[in-house]
Design a protein. Structure first.
Length: 332
C-alpha cells in the first residue's frame, strides 16, 4: 500500500514537472522565434495599387529597415476588390515573421461597411503598428474654375442629372469622405469606383468626374505642379501641408477625419516579432530624412505598439460603421 502511494506520488511529481516544462517551453517559443528574426527575406503585402499612399509610405519605411537589418524586404502589390484580395491572402500565410500587411484606413472602412468579407478585420490579423497619418484632400480639375467648396456645391446642384464622384474603390476611406460630402451637401451624386487612388485622381484631374478625395502623397505634388486643384482638406492638419486650404468643417460641412497607414501580420505571429518590427519602424519614422520625405507627401509619422494599433483600428471601424450606416454607403 505504501509502495503504491509512493509510486503514485512519484508519477504525480513527474507529471507536474512535465507540465511546468511544457509551460516554460511555450512561453519561450516566441522569444526563440524572435531571436531568429529578421529572416533573410521579408514580404510586405500592399493590397492597393503601386504609387498609392500606402505603397509610397511602405516602400519608404521598407527601404530604411532593409538597409538597417541587411535583409531583403519586398513590396508585393496584390490588388483587387478594394484591398480585400491582398488582405485575405495575408490571413492564409504562416505567422512566422516573413509576411506582413501594409494598409490604409480604407482597410478599416471596408471592414465597417462590408459584412460579407472573407475575414474579420478585428480578429483575423495581428497588429504591428501605425506608420503615419495624412489629411485627405478634395481634388478637382483646374479647368472648372472653382474657388471654394461652396462653388462646387452650387455647380453640382445646378446639374439636372446630378454629378459623379470617384474614389479608390468601394469602401475606401476616399469613398467615405466623398460620400459624406455629397450627403451633407444634399447633392444628387453617384459614386464611380476606381481601381486605386492614382486612377481616381486622374479621373478628377481630367474632369471626367466632378471630384475625388486623395491623401497627401497623391494630391499635393500634382497640386503644386498645377495639374489639379485642391478645394478642401478633411482636417485642419491639412493646412500644415497646403497653407490656406480650409478643412471641410471650416468650409461649412460638419465632417472631419484623417487617413492613417499601418502594418498587420498574420494572426498568431508572436508578439516578440511584432514588437521588434514595430520598434524598428518607429526608429525609421523618427529619422530626419524620413520625416522630411513624409512631409513633402502631406503625411506625418505616427508610431504605436501592436496593442495601441489594434485598439485604434477597432475604434475606427466602429466609428466608420456608424457613419456609413447614417450616410447609406453600400457595397455595390
Amino acid at each position: 500500500m505504501n509502495m503504491t502511494l509512493m509510486i503514485s506520488h512519484q508519477l504525480r511529481s513527474h507529471f507536474q514537472i512535465m507540465l511546468r516544462f511544457l509551460a516554460i517551453a511555450a512561453l519561450a517559443m516566441p522569444s526563440a522565434q524572435a531571436a531568429d528574426f529578421p529572416p533573410e527575406q521579408i514580404r510586405i503585402v500592399v493590397p492597393y495599387s503601386a504609387g498609392g499612399g500606402t505603397d509610397v509610405i511602405a516602400r519608404l519605411v521598407a527601404q530604411h529597415m532593409s538597409e538597417a537589418w541587411k535583409v531583403t524586404i519586398l513590396i508585393d502589390n496584390r490588388v483587387g476588390a478594394g484591398g480585400v484580395v491582398g488582405s485575405n491572402y495575408v490571413t492564409q500565410q504562416k505567422p512566422d515573421g516573413r509576411t506582413f500587411l501594409a494598409v490604409a484606413s480604407a482597410f478599416a472602412v471596408r471592414a465597417a461597411i462590408d459584412r460579407s468579407l472573407p475575414y474579420d478585420a478585428t480578429k483575423d490579423f495581428a497588429g504591428v503598428g501605425q506608420m503615419a497619418i495624412s489629411p485627405s484632400f478634395m481634388v478637382v480639375s483646374p479647368s472648372l474654375g472653382f474657388k471654394s467648396l461652396k462653388d462646387l456645391i452650387a455647380y453640382a446642384k445646378a446639374q439636372p442629372a446630378g454629378i459623379f464622384y470617384t474614389s479608390a474603390g468601394v469602401g475606401s476611406t476616399a469613398h467615405l469622405h466623398a460620400a459624406a460630402v455629397a450627403h451633407l451637401a444634399g447633392l444628387k451624386a453617384e459614386h464611380v469606383p476606381n481601381k486605386g487612388t492614382p486612377q481616381a485622381v486622374t479621373e478628377a484631374m481630367t474632369g471626367r468626374v466632378l471630384y475625388a478625395f486623395a491623401p497627401g502623397p497623391n494630391a499635393i505634388p500634382l497640386a503644386k505642379a498645377g495639374k489639379l486643384q485642391i478645394l478642401v482638406t478633411t482636417s485642419p492638419a491639412g493646412a500644415r501641408f497646403m497653407p490656406g486650404v480650409p478643412s471641410i468643417a471650416e468650409a461649412g460641412l460638419a465632417y472631419e477625419g484623417d487617413d492613417w497607414f499601418g502594418v498587420y501580420a498574420p494572426l498568431g505571429t508572436p508578439l516578440a516579432i511584432r514588437e521588434r518590427f514595430s520598434k524598428e519602424m518607429a526608429r525609421v519614422l523618427a529619422l530626419p530624412e524620413v520625416r522630411e520625405r513624409l512631409a513633402t507627401l502631406g503625411a506625418e509619422p505616427v508610431s504605436s505598439t501592436p496593442q495601441e494599433y489594434e485598439k485604434m483600428a477597432r475604434e475606427y471601424i466602429a466609428k466608420a460603421r456608424k457613419l456609413g450606416d447614417e450616410i447609406g454607403i453600400k457595397v455595390e
